[in-house]
Design a protein around this ligand. Structure first.
Ligand SMILES: *Cc1c(COP(=O)(O)O)cnc(C)c1O
Length: 376
């Protein structure tokens, strides 16, 4: 069997171990410590926009804290992009709120501003104004934040921006993660950079980030004994793990460059082939191209997404259908959904291709050989 080609696997830069060793040498093994502070500073510098960052144990934890900090409570409604990973929607239920799913639009595959406004009007007509909006930048492609922010401001509903897949993506030079009232990032094992597991909460409002750090460390009031006036969480990133993050931040720019180069190679090879369509980047957008994705139109192509996926699997090459929309998931299908069939179509015809920054040209050669065979 030829070696496995993964969709997206961790890719260390080399200096991570030194930061981790420093943590051991100074016995900063606990949560908090110089690596955590340093990692937060590195991300703040990278994001710009006077952003403040709290390093947390995961992107999911960041979303959960984000909802808590926006004051979302049991019985509230939260508008959420349907086309996403379940980690975007799960935290809505952690706070006892109800997810209201919104479909994607064709240009970016992310939350449709038109359907978002339709959903807001209908929820208000039904008697409840939603408490938050969660758009996602899928596969690194920025959502239409301009239009979404206009709606957010008009109806006074804050945005919790899920930038888990979009570290390094930007619109008109402004980085994803800095558009929402609160943004979140993920450093899970498959993301563009990883700490093996981790996440961050981002906001331009420093007091929100201070509150996040407070809640993430069990909400301990200042007192010599343990004193609590709020419910806390154990969501802080550990100083060991943050050391990996510091090393990864040193190579982030080159990781983005490599992912974009991989996209270009797929594009050069496959664009214009019958029934194969790429998600192109509007010119004022910059996508980190976390994963290269494509759509197969079976009527034009003469084969289906599944034919291609199985052919790749036979060669020990991992690929995966696009995210199955939340409104189609057994666990979420009873919740309201505002849509026009876009996400369903994307799920039916879309495929994520191996896109890791450690992909070699030999790997691409093997992948293209499968395409040649299937397209014959
Ligand atoms: C990975 C991911 C998350 C969750 O991040 P974790 O760090 O794995 O908890 C949330 N949303 C999206 C869109 C993701 O891809």
């Amino acid at each position: 069997m030829k070696p496995k080609i993964w969709l997206s696997s961790p890719h260390m830069g080399g200096t991570e171990e030194q930061y981790v060793k420093d943590a051991f040498a100074s016995n900063w093994i606990a949560p908090l410590g110089p690596n955590v502070n340093g990692f937060e500073k590195d991300i703040e510098l990278f994001l710009g926009q006077d952003s403040h960052v709290a390093a947390l144990s995961s992107g999911t934890a960041a979303l959960h804290l984000g909802l808590v900090l926006l004051g979302v409570k049991a019985g509230d409604e939260v508008l959420c992009q349907s086309m996403t990973f379940s980690a975007t929607a799960n935290p809505i239920t952690y706070v006892g709120a109800t997810p209201i799913f919104v479909d994607s639009e064709k240009d970016t595959w992310n939350m449709s501003p038109v359907l978002l406004e339709e959903a807001i009007k209908d929820r208000i007509a039904k008697g409840k104004k939603p408490k938050a909006i969660i758009p996602v930048h899928l596969y690194g492609m920025p959502a239409k934040m301009g239009a979404l922010k206009v709606i957010s401001a008009h109806y006074r509903i804050p945005i919790l921006e899920d930038a888990a897949e979009a570290l390094g993506s930007s619109i008109d030079g402004r980085k994803c993660g800095t558009f929402g009232d609160i943004g979140i990032l993920s450093f899970n094992g498959n993301k563009i950079i990883t700490t093996s597991g981790g996440g961050a909460l981002v906001s331009c409002n420093e007091s929100i980030v201070k509150d996040a750090r407070f809640l993430a460390t069990q909400a301990r009031d200042e007192a010599p004994h343990y004193q609590h006036s709020k419910i806390g969480y154990n969501y802080r990133m550990s100083n060991v793990v943050a050391g990996i993050g510091r090393g990864q931040m040193e190579v982030l720019a080159s990781r983005i460059e490599k992912r974009r180069e991989i996209f270009s190679k797929y594009f050069e090879k496959l664009n214009g082939k019958k029934g194969i369509h790429f998600l192109e980047e509007p010119f004022w957008y910059f996508s980190n191209r976390w994963l290269t994705t494509l759509l197969i139109d079976p009527a034009e192509a003469g084969f289906t997404r599944e034919d291609l996926r199985l052919a790749l699997e036979k060669e020990n090459i991992e690929s995966r259908p696009l995210w199955k929309p939340m409104h189609m998931q057994p666990v979420f299908e009873q919740y309201p959904f505002y849509g026009d069939g876009t996400a369903e179509k994307l799920f039916e015809n879309g495929l994520c291709l191996p896109s890791g920054s450690n992909l070699e040209s030999d790997d691409l050669f093997r992948i293209f050989a499968v395409f040649d065979e299937v397209m014959r």
